[in-house]
Design a protein around this ligand. Sequence first.
Ligand SMILES: Cc1cc2nc3c(=O)[nH]c(=O)nc-3n(C[C@H](O)[C@H](O)[C@H](O)COP(=O)(O)OP(=O)(O)OC[C@H]3O[C@@H](n4cnc5c(N)ncnc54)[C@H](O)[C@@H]3O)c2cc1C
Length: 258
Amino acid sequence: MLEMVEISGVRVENPTVKTFTLDKRVDARPGQFCMLWIPEEGEKPFGFAKLDGDVEVMVRKVGSFTEKMFTLKEGDLVGFRGPYGEGRFKIKGKNICAVGGGVGIAPLLPFIDEALAKGRKVTVIHGAKTGKEMIPLEERLGGRVSLHLTTDDGSCGRRGNTCDVLEELVDSGVDQICSCGPEVMMKGVMDIALERDIFCQLTLERYIKCGVGVCGHCSMDDSGLMVCRDGPVFEVSHLKDSEFGRYRRDKAGSVSDL
Ligand SMILES: Cc1cc2nc3c(=O)[nH]c(=O)nc-3n(C[C@H](O)[C@H](O)[C@H](O)COP(=O)(O)OP(=O)(O)OC[C@H]3O[C@@H](n4cnc5c(N)ncnc54)[C@H](O)[C@@H]3O)c2cc1C
């Protein structure tokens, strides 16, 4: 059911990403998502960047909904539905590596918190095109994780991409990987995990409309798994023979390149 909730805080992460705190607590698991609604803009899916206390969503400005979201301030209202998604992050390993590309780091944060609270060792690899697009994580994660930063142009952290770092770290006892970010990056993460038979979960992004597995708009070829209902977090064993990493469908449902 849709309810209107108040925005109780807005934090600027970088020129294109803001974090919104909502006056809302949910009983959700890391990896689940919500649908946010803005009058005359419709609804869009967003993962939870924080689940402990009032929820947070981290939003990257890409199009009309997110541009409108960027104009909202503390005290404004936004429509909220959720939490949704049966596919969530599971703690399986002792030595977990979280790989977040750009704003894709957001849904990994509650899982990182949970893994640390359960005594797991966590390594975080966060990558972006440039330093300006990085999400500032030092304060959020403190000294609790081993943090590796990469940028395509070398303006912050190491020049290169997250998979270059994962490739180097993965043989040092990593027994679980989780990732969210651009699909091309996650395809690289999946290949590294499959090659070494490491348990790996990825958060998928598809055009979600209903959010509850009714309209079928976000179903995946060939399995028919729906990202909103069966995901958005999937184990790589369920993705390796699917459309994932090869193509996706656009807003109209037509096949488009990644
Ligand atoms: C489960 C899930 C969780 C998400 N969590 C977050 C989050 O935590 N933070 C965040 O910033 N974004 C998240 N997204 C993406 C977010 O929903 C889109 O950025 C948003 O819908 C863009 O809306 P818009 O109207 O601003 O842009 P649009 O005008 O709809 O799109 C602008 C451009 O972005 C691309 N695009 C937008 N949405 C999608 C999509 N779903 N799949 C493929 N390409 C797309 C298209 O190429 C389009 O040209 C998530 C998506 C899913 C499916």
